[in-house]
Design a protein around this ligand. Structure first.
Ligand code: C2E
Ligand code: MG
Ligand code: MG
Length: 575
């Protein structure tokens, strides 16, 4: 068996190893857990800033130099090497007061001694320069030298990663090809220096303003690529989100860049492809986005085009819908209908106001179609104010006539969160003379999840005016009981999908019973909505539901007719 070579300052060994770059050493680990360097060459001073003498009996000063993050791996590797007697080979970092962070590479051959100790013979060299060169090479190979953005190679890697992640999680993402419309003119007229700086500013702006998960790359010339994944779980929603992102991109490009005091405004055309679709590769997607971008350009500059024809049609239809809705709001094309609510004895207790849109060309457009468009475009604010005002007017008329019916208004999250919402409600009440105690705001569970504190504060403010709150479509969201308890709520409306199931299957019935029991604990009024059959009505009545609404009783009707019928003077009794 080999015995350790003793460390002796002036030995032949010391003379031989003194000028070898790096450290030559013996490292010993004893069964009692102690470790030491029986021999270490003078290189230890340079690489670790410590003397061989200082670690002769205890290796602790050596370990103190190791980067804390690398310590666990280093220990584990030594342990494995001791157990298997396989060579130790590892790169790790040290942090030295004088030289900062350095990368080192150590190798050693272990040997078990008679007393059970393990002794390694090896060397350590400084690989920092090589590492830096590699990093430079990586930077050159993966990033665009002008803008510092990922280049084509890195982009393709990222697309490939996104492809497999989206396939795994059944999500949809988008790849967008952005091409500047006027770059060539600026480059030709003002010179390449200005052109380059423009590209740098735009690239930096895109990278800064988009989500950190999005990849902004430059392919060369005036072509940028944006990889946004995931965007949604459904293709439709991903298409809409992609469209919104493309609008944002164009808006970012349109903001002027200041170069030497001169302001340059750009515009860009955006081609979008959604993925994954099938077995397409990263290269395929890049090609699709490129084709879409050329289609956008062909349609005139500063446009957006989808690679998928159906998506293009859907997006264009939505855009047209948005424009028509905007027009309808201004031109009085939106009407308000009311659907009556009854208590379990069949007495009227009030009505829910529902927006109706009869377009001259499209015919009636379902709220299920136009309310989400209004939500996304912010038109819901004007729409909501309009409905609220009609509600207050109607309420004031009812109240003046001594009629105690209440009116429910759907309030969208977007509208509810507006800074001026409370002011609007106050104005509508004051302007019409309505008493807020006849007003019920229907909000959805989604509103309760985000910005909880703000929602609570605003609800309390409105409740102090006398407005009551109802949770619409209850059971379809995620409200927790703990949350519900803290809100100033008056009512829950059982979603009609549950009501539809009560008479059919046991689980539908169980859900409705559970909702009724929750409401009972919280002391809330409950409305069953979408009641279509006597069996459903009977079930709800039998299980303690307080009010019913649905086609079984009546369909929504124009608010003026609804009001007239309730405000008609009673026919004089015939003698
Ligand atoms: P919601 O608030 O849950 O309104 C109830 C919906 O159920 C109405 O659909 C109503 O016509 C329908 N309905 C009533 N009884 C029955 C029934 O027995 N069977 C079936 N199948 N349906 C019934 P509508 O009018 O199409 O409205 C759909 C949704 O659009 C509303 O759901 C509401 O979330 C939204 N909405 C409508 N008007 C407005 C509005 O003025 N503002 C806001 N923010 N949203 C509105
Ligand atoms: Mg409602
Ligand atoms: Mg509802």
């Amino acid at each position: 068996m080999l015995q350790p070579v003793p460390a002796s300052g002036d030995s032949l060994l010391d003379a031989l190893t003194r000028y070898v770059p790096g450290v030559i050493y013996q490292f010993r680990h004893d069964p009692d857990g102690r470790s030491s360097f029986p021999f270490a060459s003078q290189g230890l001073r340079e690489l670790f800033g410590i003397t061989p003498q200082s670690v002769l009996n205890d290796a602790e000063p050596f370990f103190r130099c190791i980067h804390p993050e690398d310590m666990p791996i280093l220990r584990a590797a030594f342990r494995t090497s001791a157990r298997t007697l396989a060579p130790w080979d590892q790169e790790f970092r040290v942090v030295l007061p004088a030289r900062g962070l350095r990368w080192l590479h150590g190798r050693a051959q272990p040997q078990r001694l008679d007393d059970g100790s393990v002794l390694w013979h090896g060397f350590i060299s400084d690989t920092s320069e090589r590492r830096q060169a590699e990093a430079r090479l990586h930077q050159l190979a993966h990033y665009d030298s002008l803008t510092g953005l990922p280049n084509r190679r890195l982009l393709l890697e990222r697309i490939a990663q996104a492809l497999s992640a989206l396939r795994r999680h059944a999500q949809v993402g988008a790849l967008m090809f952005v091409d500047l419309d006027n770059f060539k003119q600026i480059n030709d007229a003002r010179g390449h220096g200005v052109g380059d700086r423009l590209l740098c500013q735009l690239g930096a702006r895109l990278a800064r303003e988009l989500r950190t998960e999005d990849v902004v790359a430059r392919l060369g010339g005036d072509e940028f690529i944006v990889l946004a994944a995931p965007l949604a779980t459904e293709a439709d929603a991903a298409g809409r989100n992609a469209r919104a992102l493309a609008d944002k991109l164009r808006e970012l490009l349109a903001r002027p860049c200041d170069i030497d005091g001169v302001r340059y405004a750009s515009s860009g055309s955006v081609g979008i492809t959604l993925f994954p679709k099938g077995e397409e590769s990263a290269e395929d997607l890049l090609r699709e986005a490129d084709i879409a971008m050329h289609r956008a350009k062909a349609g005139g500059r500063n446009r957006i085009a989808f690679f998928e024809a159906e998506m293009q049609a859907e997006v264009e239809e939505r855009l047209a819908l948005e424009q028509d809705l905007r027009r309808a709001l201004v031109a009085g094309g939106i009407e308000v209908h009311v659907q009556t609510q009854y208590d379990v004895q069949g007495r009227e207790i009030g009505g829910e106001l529902l927006a109706r849109w009869l377009d001259p060309v499209r015919g009636p457009v379902s709220p299920a179609r136009f309310i989400p468009v209004a939500e996304e475009t912010g038109l819901i604010v004007a729409l909501g104010d309009f409905v609220l005002r009609r509600a207050c007017q109607a309420l004031a008329r009812l109240q003046r006539a001594g009629n105690g019916l209440q009116l429910s208004v759907n309030v969208s999250p977007h509208q509810f969160r507006r800074d001026d919402f409370v002011v609007c409600v106050r104005d509508s009440l004051r302007g019409t003379g309505a008493d807020a105690r006849g007003l019920v705001f229907e909000v959805t569970e989604g509103l309760l999840i985000d910005d909880w504190q703000d929602t609570l504060a605003r609800m309390q403010e409105l409740a102090s005016l006398g407005v009551r709150f109802s949770i619409d479509d209850f059971g379809t969201g995620y409200s927790s009981l703990a949350y519900l308890k803290k809100l100033p709520l008056y009512e829950l409306k059982i979603d009609r999908s549950f009501v539809a199931d009560v008479a059919e299957d046991a689980s539908g019935a169980a859900i409705v019973q559970a909702i009724l029991s929750v409401a009972g604990h919280l002391g809330l009024h409950v409305v069953g909505e979408g009641v279509e059959t006597p069996a459903q009505a009977e079930f709800l009545r039998a299980h303690g539901c307080h009010a019913l609404q649905g086609f079984l009783f009546d369909r929504p009707q124009p608010i003026s007719d609804w009001l007239d019928r309730r405000l008609q003077p009673l026919p004089l009794a015939a003698d």
